[in-house]
Design a protein around this ligand. Structure first.
Ligand SMILES: C[S@@+](CC[C@H](N)C(=O)[O-])C[C@H]1O[C@@H](n2cnc3c(N)ncnc32)[C@H](O)[C@@H]1O
Length: 162
């Protein structure tokens, strides 16, 4: 994620944890701002420490609590939304679309998927987002991150909405 060109982007990290994506975007990617949602207070303590140690606190806004509430205030602002929760981030999909700018943007959708169903899942997910957003979708990449348990893979779908 640290190799993505995110210069000048506004990014929503919907499940930011301790910030291992948030920090990459701010420190290496030179993102303009990251809006970071996290429900676990202990993760937020660690996230704040990382932001301070990297001198990027001023470019990150933290939203403590359940993102089903906090994402509601982030409408039409993002170039990119990170949906980094497994086994599934589906609960946040609808809100993630509303976070994107009217012109669209990029989603990174994490999911646990059976090893034989990855292509099928990606296609159906792209269709779901096209219907829900009323825009066209393009699959730009599918990353198999790791095996989660026998036959189940942790996958990330990079989906452009435009
Ligand atoms: C797989 S971890 C994300 C890892 C993250 N990228 C990091 O740097 O640690 C998922 C995170 O989402 C948080 N989370 C789960 N459900 C949430 C929700 N409804 N709202 C906000 N955060 C949530 C968890 O507390 C956890 O820290």
């Amino acid at each position: 994620m640290g190799n993505l060109h995110t210069d000048g982007e506004v990014i929503v990290d919907a499940f930011c944890g301790i910030g291992y994506y948030t920090l990459q975007f701010l420190v290496r990617g030179k993102a303009e701002h990251v809006h970071a949602c996290e429900i676990n207070p202990e993760s937020i303590v660690a996230l704040k420490k990382g932001l301070e140690r990297n001198s990027v606190s001023d470019r990150c806004t933290i939203y403590p609590g359940d993102n089903r509430q906090t994402l509601q205030q982030l409408r039409g602002i993002a170039d990119r939304v990170i949906l980094g929760l497994i086994p599934s981030s589906m609960n946040a999909w609808g809100l993630a679309i509303r976070c994107l700018k009217d012109s669209g943007g990029m989603l990174h959708i994490h999911m646990n998927v059976h090893e034989n169903e990855i292509e099928d899942w990606a296609g159906k997910t792209a269709e779901w987002f096209a219907t829900a957003s009323g825009k066209s979708t393009t699959i730009t990449h599918i990353e198999t991150v790791k095996q989660y348990c026998p036959h189940i893979m942790h996958v990330v779908l990079d989906l452009e909405i435009n």
